[in-house]
Design a protein around this ligand. Structure first.
Ligand code: PAF
Length: 290
C-alpha cells in the first residue's frame, strides 16, 4: 500500500493510474477508522481497480474548537486497517498544504439541503465539508467516490455539489453499518464510556420505535418526534440537538410523514454529538425495544 502525504505525490499517483487506464475509487475519511469505513472501502473495491483512502481531520468543518481538539486520532491503526482492507493507497494531507496562509476560497451549497438539521445545528459545517471534498476530489480525480449513508445530509449535499460543479466523479452512497446493539458506527463512539454508550442507545431505539409507530399508522411528525424524545430525554446528560421528519422529495420538513420521509436526529450524550436517522418505510433498526 502506498502512503502519500503531499498533494504533488497524490496527484502523480492518480495521473499514473489515469494514464494506465486504471479505474480509481476514493473513500475520504477523517480517520479513527471503524467497520463502517471499512465497508466503504469494500464497496469501493467492487467499483474500481484501485482504492485510495484519505485521512484528514478537516478543521474548516468543525464549528466547535473543542470538538475538533477531541476528535479521535489513531493513524497507525488506521493505516493497518486500510492495508488489511486492500486499499492501494492512503493519502494523509496536512493542513499547511490544504489551507496555507492566505487561504480564502470556500464552496457552499445553498437552499433546502443546507437550511435544516446539521446545517442549522453546526453553522458553517457543510461549507467546510464541501470545500475540503472539492479540494480532495480535485487532487485525486477519482472515477467514483464512496460516502456513508449515516451522514445522509452530507451525502446529499456532496452529490448536489458534485453535479452542480460538474466535478465528474460518480458519487455512491453505502448503507449505515451498526453495532449489534443498534448504535450506528461512528468515530465519535470511541469517546463513549460504557455508561454513555448505554444512554446513546436511546437514539437508535427511539428512531426504531418511531418507525414502528409510523408503520402502525402514526403519520403526525410531532408524535414521531415525541417518541424519540421520550426514549432519550429520560437519561441525565442527554440533550437533543434536533429531531425532524424530512421528506427526501425536495428535502423539506414534513408535518405529516409518508414513505418518502426519514426521521433524523442529533443528540449530545455527555457532550459527545451523535447523529442517526431512519427511513420510515425502510428496514427495522436491530434494537432491543420491547
Ligand atoms: O464524513 C467525513 O468523514 C467527512 O465529513 C469527510 C467527508 C471526510 C470530509 O472531511
Amino acid at each position: 500500500m502506498d502512503e502519500l502525504t503531499s498533494i504533488a505525490d497524490m496527484r502523480t499517483w492518480s495521473r499514473e493510474r489515469l494514464k494506465a487506464g486504471t479505474r480509481v475509487a476514493f473513500v475520504p475519511t477523517m480517520g479513527a477508522l471503524h467497520q463502517g469505513h471499512l465497508s466503504l472501502v469494500e464497496k469501493a473495491r467492487t467499483l474500481a481497480d484501485e482504492v485510495v483512502v484519505s485521512i484528514y481531520v478537516n478543521p474548516t468543518q468543525f464549528d466547535n474548537p473543542e470538538d475538533l481538539a477531541k476528535y479521535p486520532k489513531t493513524l497507525e491503526a488506521d493505516l493497518e486497517l486500510c492495508r488489511a482492507a486492500g486499499a492501494a493507497a492512503v493519502w494523509t494531507p496536512d493542513s499547511a498544504e490544504m489551507y496555507p496562509d492566505g487561504y480564502c476560497t470556500f464552496v457552499e451549497v445553498v437552499g433546502p439541503l443546507t437550511d435544516k438539521l446539521c446545517a442549522v445545528a453546526r453553522p458553517g459545517h457543510f461549507r467546510g465539508v464541501c470545500t475540503v471534498v472539492t479540494k480532495l476530489l480535485a487532487v485525486v480525480r477519482p472515477d467514483v467516490a464512496v460516502f456513508g449513508q449515516k451522514d445522509l445530509q452530507q451525502a446529499l449535499v456532496i452529490s448536489r455539489m458534485n453535479g452542480d460543479l460538474n466535478l465528474g466523479t460518480e458519487i455512491v452512497v453505502a448503507p449505515t453499518v451498526r453495532d449489534p446493539d443498534g448504535l450506528a458506527m461512528s468515530s465519535r463512539n470511541k469517546r463513549l464510556t460504557p455508561a454513555m454508550r448505554a444512554k446513546a442507545l436511546g437514539l437508535p431505539r427511539g428512531l426504531e420505535l418511531a418507525r414502528r409507530a409510523y408503520r402502525a399508522g402514526q403519520i403526525t411528525s410531532l408524535k414521531l418526534i415525541e417518541i424519540v424524545a421520550e426514549e432519550l430525554l429520560v437519561e441525565e446528560g442527554v440533550d437533543m440537538d434536533y429531531c425532524d421528519v424530512v421528506s427526501l422529495k425536495g428535502f423539506a420538513e414534513a408535518e405529516h410523514a409518508d414513505d418518502a420521509c426519514v426521521l433524523a436526529a442529533a443528540v449530545f450524550v455527555d457532550g459527545v454529538r451523535l447523529i442517526d436517522h431512519v427511513p420510515l418505510a425502510g428496514a427495522a433498526i436491530p434494537v432491543k425495544a420491547d
